[in-house]
Write a protein that binds this ligand. Sequence first.
Ligand code: SF4
Ligand code: SF4
Length: 171
Amino acid sequence: MNGYRQVIVDGSPIGLRGLDEVFEALHTAGRKPGDAGLGAEIVARVRQEKNYIPASAQELFAAAFEREYAAYLARLESGETTRQRGYGMWRGYPRETIPWFPTVNEDLCNGCGICLKMCSTHCLAPTENGKVWVADPFACVIGCSSCANVCKPKAITFPPRSMLDAYKLKL
Ligand code: SF4
Ligand code: SF4
């Protein structure tokens, strides 16, 4: 059975079936990040896995998929597992259902790298153009906002902490 995982599309977590299997097939076919039409091709393949992608958001999904595919290949090259790992539970809720993770405003980021030095979770990662992006959102520790606190240009933001109050402890 194909796997299920969440991807951040335009700042929101979206659950999708079969994405890792699509990436495996693209890798086998020798597709590289930046290939012409790659994002649209991934969108088409992900739809074939019976995922709903609204036509109006197609380009946002394509951009998110291209980033995810680049991260997938990077993990493959480094010898890390290419399957999305489980993120465990928080207060009895699957981590992937809780939208607590940083958002980086690339226009404000100056590429200083302080946030990368202070976080060991690999939630944040450098981009090719010397900035920072949220490579593994659900690796972020819920309730932590340390990277935002050290970011001088205020490029990193989080949802309001009160959002976490909705997750009552499940016994
Ligand atoms: S600390 Fe802020 S400005 Fe520096 S790399 Fe991180 S996000 Fe960019
Ligand atoms: S909030 Fe904490 S755990 Fe999450 S990315 Fe920033 S420093 Fe890392």
